[in-house]
Design a protein around this ligand. Structure first.
Ligand code: SF4
Ligand code: SF4
Ligand code: SF4
Length: 521
């Protein structure tokens, strides 16, 4: 956006002064979406929305929408809890954020959630896959030793890690997946979560039973109820698969979170249907809405028209006005507050009560204005609930809810908090357009690599770490992925697995040596 200089028509005439059409909010760092070089960036408010803008000297200017409601963005900043140091960091500070992941000693928060991608192969080939997974000629499948090394690094960093997610690819097709879950439990991980598309869960009843015996929580990909949604996002109609998977989860008492990738113009109008489906299903205790991440393979998109957390919250309220209002959703304070928002509900049949109507959440989780001194036990309970590590349906979450609501006379119908509590999460992962190191430095969701690094998830997907680790694991050179955005059309080519890469990129990207230790400068 170019601002024309003030114009003076003739000597002595009044000068027409021009105002910028935006409010400058902050200066930060980001990366070029094409070459991944670290570049300056600024955050501005324009027309009530928040945009991140940056310029690469080789590839030009880029702008992306980062928050659709500027007022909500500004309000969220009070919910920024001081970070907690990890017990151990894995790398040194060498080149600065985000090239020293991680975690490096500059990182502001420990890992609430660790994530291990146990393979890159998948029984689907989703058109939107940010991990660039599928039926690959050059995939990887981690060995037990590699997974153990990752879990050990997590334990060294966290002591007693709260949540380990096993992901992929599709982790359920890894032949040793049950051994990995058992291993994590033996090493002291409190909650193990399986991120799955549900195909094996639907087909393999014994697998569901085995997961239940390991008390595994299920993150089930669930993008909507319409056939067209499935075809556009996943490439095939998976509705029967989801129903089958949920039946097995219910049969064996597995607690399920429905995880919906929300794409503008595809399924953003299905949020209420997904929520109502979740409220009614006995196995489901939460829904996570994730605006799709524009990394890896992805449908073409316009970064200035993308969905953000506040857009999803507005849509939920618009679609269910009798149930929700905007004030029911609060940012999660453990990460940067614009990363994730959450609310809890008490659900019993037609009765749905948002917990923020019963309890003044703001009074306890506002870390900046400190209008009242919060009750430490209630604040502690709410911090556990408004955390990336909260596992719906678990005893820990029920205990926190009981503590937070101890002074409230709950309606009899919703007193069983383990069964009746329902969590709704909105989580917008950053891509290489929206990446802001301010958010990244307080990230609490880390990708654990086989060489023992804990890399903030959005850095892993955007900065070049995913490509670097994949190249190490497969022995095949992996070109840096470039977002499939409309304005980058002229520089894009299709990579070997369907992702977009830079068509004529001769310079190496931000690829780093294996451990970022002793890096040649
Ligand atoms: S994101 Fe965190 S770990 Fe990575 S370089 Fe920045 S401060 Fe260090
Ligand atoms: S999005 Fe998930 S299910 Fe789809 S191809 Fe990627 S890893 Fe597989
Ligand atoms: S993974 Fe991304 S969106 Fe989530 S907390 Fe980390 S930086 Fe924020």
């Amino acid at each position: 956006m170019r601002v024309e200089p003030n114009a003076r028509t003739e000597p002595g005439a009044p000068v027409d002064r021009l105002d910028r059409d935006e409010v400058f909010l902050e200066f930060t760092k980001s990366i070029c979406p094409v070459c991944k070089r670290v570049i300056d960036a600024e955050v501005n408010i324009r027309e009530g929305k928040v945009f991140l803008r940056k310029r690469c000297s080789d590839h030009g200017g880029f702008e992306a929408l980062v928050y659709g409601d500027a007022q909500m963005y500004m309000d969220s900043l009070r919910f920024n809890k001081p970070g907690t140091l990890p017990l151990e960091t894995q790398t040194e500070v060498v080149d600065g954020c985000p090239l020293d992941c991680g975690l490096c000693p500059e990182h502001k928060q420990h890992a609430c959630v660790g994530l291990i991608e146990v393979n890159s192969n998948c029984n689907l080939d989703c058109p939107i896959c940010f991990a660039d997974s599928g039926h690959l000629p050059d995939g990887f499948s981690l060995t037990a030793e590699q997974v153990e090394a990752g879990i050990d690094a997590f334990v060294r960093a966290e002591g007693e890690p709260e949540v380990l997610m096993l992901s992929g690819g599709e982790p359920s097709i890894h032949p040793q997946i049950l051994d990995f879950i058992a291993m994590a439990r033996e090493k002291g991980v409190r909650h193990v979560v399986l991120n799955t598309n549900g195909i094996r869960l639907a087909k393999d009843r014994a697998f569901a039973s085995a997961l239940a015996s390991h008390r595994t929580a299920i993150y089930l990909q669930f993008d909507g109820l319409r056939e067209e949604t499935h075809r556009l996002i996943r490439g095939r109609d998976l509705r029967d698969v989801k129903i089958g998977a949920l039946e097995h989860c219910e049969e064996f008492g597995l607690s399920v979170t429905l995880v919906a990738a929300v794409e503008k113009g595809v399924n953003e109008d299905e949020l209420a249907d997904i929520l109502r489906f979740g409220f009614a299903h006995p196995a489901v205790h939460s829904v996570v809405f994730q605006p799709v991440t524009h990394a890896g393979r992805h449908l073409e998109f316009d970064p200035r028209e993308r969905l953000t957390n506040s857009d999803v919250i507005h849509s939920i309220v618009d679609q269910m006005p009798a149930t929700f209002e905007l004030a029911d959703f609060f940012p999660v304070p453990c990460c940067f507050p614009t990363c994730r928002s959450v609310t809890y509900l008490l659900v019993d049949g037609e009765t749905v009560i948002p917990i923020p109507r019963l309890l003044d959440i703001e009074e306890h989780l506002d870390y900046v204005t400190n209008r009242v001194l919060p009750d430490p036990s209630i604040r502690g309970a709410l911090e556990k609930l408004w955390s990336a590590s909260a596992i719906p349906g678990s005893a820990t979450t029920a205990e926190s809810l009981a503590c937070a609501t101890c002074a409230i006379d709950l309606p009899a119908a919703v007193r069983d908090l383990t069964k009746k509590a329902f969590m709704v999460v909105i989580q917008d992962f950053q891509d290489s357009y929206t990446l802001n190191v301010r958010q990244l430095m307080k990230c609490c969701v880390e990708q654990i690599t086989p060489d023992g690094r804990l890399i903030p998830f959005c850095a892993y997907n955007s900065v070049g770490y995913r490509e670097e680790v994949r190249a190490q694991l497969t022995g095949v050179d992996v070109q840096a992925v470039v977002p499939n955005s409309i304005e980058l059309r002229p520089v894009l080519a299709i990579g070997p697995n369907g992702s977009m890469v830079a068509a004529a990129q001769s310079e190496p990207t931000a690829s780093r040596d294996a451990r970022n230790v002793g890096h040649a400068r």
